[in-house]
Design a protein. Structure first.
Lengths: 456, 984
């Protein structure tokens, strides 16, 4: 597939030697951070700080500091949770699935994408915790042995499934990311002057010696982990979608949700990866590594998943009216034409219409335009979760309980805080480990050059 | 039981510091308090000790019930006070009482909180300074003597106090001081009813209404089911008159002509929007038509054909002697016309009882006007005010301020400092009615004992005791009651019981029925009256009383402030209600603040669009803007986004009393009015914003414009097919997994008859008191976070014939396949073997998934901690129900604590559980008897029989959640024209 899609051009531009690659990618790690980095860190750090204040206030005072009510029990909290889990999807997809499908162009993206996954899942994980009325009892979600009689968790509850799905996903993603880092950590170890930094790199590279046997073991473990991680790409968001699909609420109670959620997650995840990569490549001067072909490939991905998401929207509408369930039909009419209709139309425009711009070469070749599209997609996908959660809840079965939802400042700051956490973590990540997998790029370049040589 | 010392004998106790008070409460409230009158008042500093010997009949934690009498309003229902460890914590109706028959309204049930109100007047004051009772007595007796010597009048202005003891004490007092008169003034006056009967029947009396026997009732601005004189009795009778199983096939037809949509109008089969200014003409028209049909026409003019009125006249005439016209306007012409109609229809003697006449609202407006003139002329030497608040209730409150200050001595006898207090020299605290001896005779011949159940928490003295001191014949409360009863009640006994047995039985039952006092009357005769010309003001103001607030005397009560008005669903405010079309004409939107101007008085209020309101009228509730509501400035959770529950003036709502007017010596509650938008906008706290089951047109699915949440049919359709009105299921009931639960023992089930439910909200308050449900304040209600476990849904559905109003108590449905149970990750909500859906508070982590997944949205989340705003009020908490903390979900439990107590009692006595033993608070309180609860596994239970009713249906049946709450369809006695039902 990729061969058909991608133009036949080198993975890395500039005919670099492996040594050059190592030097260029690890260059930022050896230097003092520049002013831009500090500025970005200040902004994201402030956002994180505000978020922490908001969360602290909420934990101290009560969930009442959010705009929820007796009808709308979830709002920004679960919207943000699903949004961040979705963002966290692309990492595993790029590293595991594309690895198994031998899409070697992924090598320029997978490290950052995986890191992004971890940070996004961390952001996501905050919400199930703080949205609880009594978060200090969150450990009750564990099926731990206890002396409270036969007290156990409810395995029928999608929230329990969720808990396992997210924690498994985070664990596997973290391990996968770390295993992929080992050869690069060894490279850094070897390039760093003796000192604490070198000792840390040395410890983390687990005695990597670059021998044939080490490489063999490494390749086997990586492939196995990729195989393990692949089903998770589908399972995590499938299970997140069961939070809604297993409910009785019209608008939630629908079997289309699992594929719809998975596609939406890939859609938003890919957009976020692309957005970040565009920024990183500009900021760190990695244009030779992240090239137009990568942007094109990601754009095709975004276009494809956008199509699926749009199809899901249409299917949902069709089902709602075709089944003749009046509650369901009402929910969908209300989504589009009710008091929160604006959020529905933001969702449709940003997810269904804006990505169509990527059909045009002129758009794809302008990084700023592509960046704008990816941001629109992320806004759209955030609103998709908002629409699913809030517009289904706020007008359900009994007209007497219809209500609306207005987020408070505290909720807004909490959301801002997770963006702060995400970008702060990403900025620190850029300073500590290579943002591009050096070993994999070198492998790909060597294989490419070798293959080309063999061909001639 | 002897009253060995009067509370005030101990001098002036220091106000008890709160911590000390809680210590007292913790250790020894039971001591001496359980049997009130037996103990003596603890003075400050005296140690609080536990029992050395356990008093007989008192077991820690076991409730003791005492019969007493409610003084929440003039109806004076009999009640049973549930006392736990010496503290009254809940009031329920006394089943032995012939008026309320075991039921109690929301206002009555809310009274228990007053016992623990820390802002009651704690001790007497003279000129604003704390004083002792000795000083007060000295001052009052001195002033009384001076008044007698100076030949100045002594006047007692009081609300209706019809108990034999009150009457006796007032007689003694008046006899002692020469020119002394008692003037009865209730803020909600029915003076014209008495005056009209004086003219037509020769007796100033208010007939008692026996609605249960009625087949046609026409109400004209008469809210007899809501804020009327005896709503508890009338609601029960009204639903009995609409018993579909009545053997003779009788079924009440109820027509209501009114300006605002009242609770009574909401239940009417036909409503006619009618401005109060046009009521007299309308009544005259109806009278003419009825008279013509009965051959008693006095006027030759043929009335204009009006099919609706003609049909009504036909119905009234056909149902002669079981039809009645009730007018709620305090206007003599209207009342005379109503009396004329009722005389023609033969309602007196059958539905209107003048022998057992009502003593519940004996207001004499003319006497109040006369008093005002006396005061202005400086003829009054001593004025005692008891239970009245003229400065806040009367339109000329400001003038009363000056008049009161000019009297040599004004004594206010009351529980709280109010608007009038500042104008009075002496403030004499009155105890809560649960703290003092007294009695009531709500209707002639039904005498009810008011027995104290707790020692006074303040240095208060009841009016009768004070009057006895001020008559120089001091007596304790119990002795006074006994003396008065021997003279005025025992003498009217219908049995030959001796006094001790008579008294003991009356005390145990809480009430006694005796021979009515014969009132002299003449041969009734209808009078010819000429109705005044119809008022043509473009906009007419209608002032009314809300079900929970009445005249505003309970404005201090946070439960009642938070109780949503059953019609508007607004809590914590009054407002200017306008018909949507009128508002559109005036270019006003909901929430726009307007300034109302009537008769020179102005009032700023937000606009509320009220479907069902007569066009061209503005309705404003009385009883708001009270000084007592200042205390709510800080009620509710405090956080950065919180807004206060009070307005800019620091009050809840605005006082509309200045907009009332005096006309011909009567207090009128309607007036021409003008509106002026101020440009401000205010958001009202509405517990329900979608008012109709009819969906917004642009959102309704094709062919499904309305949701049949409240199902209804017409009488004709029901007689034809008892299952008429059933909504066809959208999906067949399907059981994917089969029955998961078996119910080998009990299986608790509830059936709610929506046809009987009047929307009075007694159940909402009963639930709140029983289950320690917190008050959250205006801002939280506005955010749709009220905590009521049982809410009263109200639907206003426009139909071709007008407006269908339906009420639906909505509570946890205890589903067999409960959607909440499966989704809880920590199993905090589980199913019991008896069909209860149980919420385990200490297991709940608060994910709120259960609430999201509840199709009925009856789960309530503790968004914050909600302590009582008044720390003393924590004493009213029911010790059998856990107080929930923040972060925990809660909901209706079917009053599991009451079920378990009943089961334990049955196990102890070895008797099987009977229906009557298991009553959740809502079912117990319901005046209309609309809620049945019981064990459906018991085929003889009332609930099992109710389940077989053809009107039974379940809300959202098609979801397959198998709810345990069932409803019985509404059956409207709609006229033929509107008889085509929604579903054929």
């Amino acid at each position: 597939m990729a061969e058909a899609v991608l133009p036949d051009q080198p993975l890395i531009a500039g005919h670099k030697t492996p040594a050059q690659i190592s030097a260029e990618i690890s260059a930022p790690l050896g230097q003092r951070p520049n002013r831009t980095w500090w500025l970005l860190l200040a902004i994201s750090g402030s956002a994180l700080g505000l978020g922490l204040l908001a969360i602290g206030y909420e934990l101290f005072t009560g969930i009442g500091t959010w705009g929820l009510n007796r009808t709308v029990g979830w709002g920004f909290d679960i919207t943000n949770f699903v949004f961040w889990v979705g963002i966290g999807h692309a990492g595993t997809l790029i590293s595991a699935v594309l690895f198994i499908f031998r899409q070697s162009w992924r090598t320029s993206l997978n490290r950052a994408a995986e890191a992004m996954t971890l940070f996004a899942v961390m952001c996501a994980g905050i919400f199930p915790l703080i949205h609880m009325g009594r978060p200090w009892l969150a450990y009750w979600m564990f099926p731990y042995p206890n002396v409270r009689g036969s007290l156990w968790i409810n395995f029928r509850s999608p929230l329990v499934w969720d808990f396992f799905a997210i924690s498994t996903y985070f664990t596997i993603s973290a391990v996968f990311w770390f295993v992929g880092l080992i050869p690069d950590l060894a490279t850094l170890r070897d390039r760093t002057a003796p000192g604490l930094r070198q000792r840390i790199y040395s410890f983390l590279s687990l005695g990597w010696d670059g021998s044939y046997r080490t490489w063999h073991r490494y390749e086997a473990v990586y492939l196995l982990l990729a195989g393990l991680a692949t089903p998770l790409v589908v399972s995590v968001h499938t299970i997140v979608s069961t939070d809604f699909a297993t409910a009785v609420l019209p608008g939630w109670h629908t079997t289309i949700l699992p594929p719809y959620f998975v596609c939406g997650a890939i859609f938003s995840g890919m957009s976020m990866v692309l957005a970040l990569m565009l920024v990183t490549r500009g900021a760190l001067g990695l244009r030779d590594y992240i090239q137009q072909r990568h942007i094109d490939a990601m754009s095709w991905f975004i276009l494809g998943t956008s199509g699926v998401v749009l199809l899901a929207y249409v299917t949902e509408l069709f089902t709602a009216f075709y089944t003749g369930n009046p509650y369901e039909a009402f929910v969908f009419k209300n989504r589009a034409l009710g008091p929160l209709g604006w959020s529905y139309w933001i969702m449709v425009c940003c997810n269904g219409l804006v990505p169509q711009l990527l059909w045009f070469r002129g758009v794809r070749h302008r990084p700023a335009a592509v960046f704008a599209v990816t941001i629109a997609v992320n806004i759209g996908m955030w609103f998709e979760r908002f629409v699913i959660i809030v517009t289904s809840l706020h007008r359900d079965f009994l007209p007497s309980s219809w209500a609306s939802y207005q987020p408070t400042l505290i909720e807004g700051l909490t959301m801002l805080g997770t963006f702060g956490l995400f970008f702060t973590a990403f900025l620190i990540f850029c300073r500590l480990v290579p943002v591009i997998a050096i070993a994999e790029v070198k492998q790909a370049v060597v294989a490419e050059q070798g293959g080309a040589a063999g061909g001639h | 039981m002897s009253h060995d010392s009067q509370p005030h004998d101990h001098g002036t106790p220091e106000p008890l510091p709160r911590r000390d008070f809680l210590k007292v409460a913790g250790f020894s409230t039971a001591a001496g308090l359980a049997l009130a009158g037996c103990g003596r008042q603890r003075t400050a500093g005296e140690p609080a000790l536990p029992y050395a010997e356990q008093p007989e009949g008192v077991i820690g934690g076991r409730p003791v019930w005492y019969a007493s009498t409610c003084a929440g309003c003039g109806e004076r229902c009999g009640l049973l006070a549930k006392c736990v460890d010496g503290r009254p914590i809940k009031l329920e109706g006394n089943p032995a009482h012939p008026l309320n028959r075991g039921r109690l309204c929301a206002v009555g049930q809310a009274q228990v909180l007053g016992v623990y109100d820390s802002q009651r007047l704690a001790q007497p004051q003279i000129g604003g300074q704390a004083a002792s009772w000795e000083q007060v007595d000295q001052t009052v007796l001195g002033a009384l003597t001076a008044a007698r010597d100076q030949r100045r009048a002594v006047r007692l202005l009081t609300d209706t106090r019809s108990g034999p003891t009150s009457r006796w004490a007032m007689q003694q007092f008046c006899a002692a001081w020469g020119d002394c008169q008692v003037i009865v003034s209730d803020a909600l006056s029915h003076s014209a009813v008495g005056e009209a009967h004086l003219q037509t029947h020769g007796v100033r009396a208010w007939p008692r209404l026996h609605l249960a026997r009625a087949t046609v009732v026409v109400g004209v601005e008469s809210d007899f089911l809501g804020s009327g004189v005896a709503p508890v009795e009338q609601a029960a009778d009204w639903s009995r008159a609409r018993d579909l199983a009545a053997p003779d096939g009788r079924y009440l037809y109820h027509f209501q002509a009114e300006a605002r949509l009242s609770l009574t109008g909401a239940k009417a089969d036909q409503r006619l929007p009618l401005r109060p200014g046009a009521a007299a003409a309308w009544l005259q028209d109806l009278l003419n038509r009825v008279a013509r049909r009965l051959g008693a026409a006095q006027q030759e003019a043929t009335p204009k054909p009006d099919p609706r009125l003609d049909e009504l006249a036909d119905r009234l005439v056909q149902a002669r002697s079981s039809s009645v016209v009730l007018c709620g306007l305090n206007d003599l012409t209207c009342q005379l016309l109503a009396n004329g109609l009722n005389l023609l229809l033969g309602s007196y003697g059958s539905l209107l009882d003048l022998n057992q006449s009502s003593f519940q609202r004996l207001t004499d407006d003319a006497a109040v006007v006369a008093l005002r003139e006396e005061l202005a002329a400086g003829q009054v030497g001593v004025l005692l005010l008891a239970g009245v608040n003229p400065l806040a209730d009367l339109p000329d409150g400001a003038a009363w301020d000056k008049l009161l200050r000019a009297v040599p001595l004004t004594v206010q006898i009351g529980e709280r400092v109010d608007e009038t207090s500042a104008a009075c020299r002496v403030l004499a605290p009155e105890p809560h009615f649960l703290e003092a001896w007294g009695d009531a005779e709500p209707v002639n011949g039904v005498v009810s004992v008011q027995q104290p159940v707790i020692q006074p928490r303040t240095a208060a003295r009841s009016l009768v005791e004070s009057l006895s001191v001020w008559s120089n014949r001091p007596q304790g409360g119990e002795a006074l009651v006994q003396t008065a009863w021997q003279a005025a009640v025992w003498s009217r006994r219908t049995t030959d019981q001796g006094w001790p047995a008579f008294w003991d039985q009356a005390l145990a039952n809480g009430c006694v029925e005796v021979r009515p006092v014969a009132l002299p009357s003449s041969v009734p005769q209808a009078l010819n009256v000429a109705p005044p010309p119809v008022d043509t003001a473009p906009l007419e103001l209608v002032l009314y009383a809300k079900v929970g607030q009445l005249d505003g005397r309970h404005a201090w009560n946070p439960w009642l402030q938070e109780l949503p008005d059953p019609i508007s669903k607004v809590s914590w405010d009054n407002y200017a209600a306008l018909a949507p079309e009128t508002a559109a004409e005036l270019h006003l939107l909901e929430g726009d603040e307007v300034e109302l101007t009537a008769g020179g008085a102005r009032l700023k209020l937000p606009v509320l669009l009220q479907t069902g309101q007569a066009p061209g009228t503005v309705a404003v509730a009385l009883g708001y803007g009270r000084a007592a509501s200042r205390r709510f400035a800080a009620i509710g959770p405090r956080w950065i986004g919180a807004h206060p529950s009070v307005n800019d003036q620091g009050l809840v709502g605005g006082n509309a009393a200045p907009l009332r007017r005096w006309a011909d010596g009567r207090l009128l509650d309607w007036a021409p009015v003008t509106l002026q938008a101020t440009g401000r906008r205010l958001e009202l706290a509405r517990a329900q914003t979608q008012e109709s089951q009819v969906l917004p047109a642009h959102l309704a699915p094709a062919g499904d414009p309305r949701r049949e949440i409240v199902q209804a049919t017409t009488l004709a359709a029901f007689r034809h097919n008892p299952q008429a009105g059933a909504e066809p299921l959208h999906h067949g009931p399907s059981e994917l997994w089969g029955r998961e639960h078996t119910y080998p023992g009990h299986r608790w089930t509830m059936v709610i008859d929506l046809n009987a439910c009047t929307g009075c909200s007694a159940c909402v308050l009963a639930c709140q008191v029983e289950n320690n449900i917190p008050v959250v304040g205006r801002d939280e209600v506005r955010r749709r976070r009220e905590m009521h476990w049982l809410r009263l849904d109200r639907y206003l559905d426009p139909t071709s014939a007008g407006l269908d109003v339906a009420f639906q108590p909505m509570l946890c449905h205890h589903c067999d396949n409960a959607p909440c149970e499966v989704v809880c990750p920590v199993l905090a909500t589980v199913h019991s073997a008896e069909g209860l859906n149980q919420q385990v508070y200490n297991r709940c982590v608060g994910t709120r998934y259960c609430a999201n997944n509840c199709p009925y949205k009856v789960r309530r989340f503790n968004w914050f901690n909600y302590p009582h705003d008044d720390p003393d009020a924590e004493l009213v908490l029911n010790p059998d129900v856990t107080v929930r903390t923040r972060g925990v979900m809660e909901k209706c439990t079917f009053c599991v604590q009451r079920l378990e107590a009943a089961k334990a009692e049955a196990a102890r006595t070895g008797q099987p559980l009977r229906d009557a033993d298991v009553q959740p608070a809502c079912a117990q309180s319901c005046p209309a008897g609309a809620i049945w609860f019981g064990d459906r596994n018991d085929p003889n239970s009332a609930v099992a029989r109710a389940l077989a009713d053809p009107r039974r249906y379940r809300v959202l049946e098609e979801l397959g959640v198998e709810p345990a709450v069932n409803y019985l369809r509404v059956v409207r006695n709609a006229p033929a024209a509107a008889e085509e039902s929604h579903h054929g």
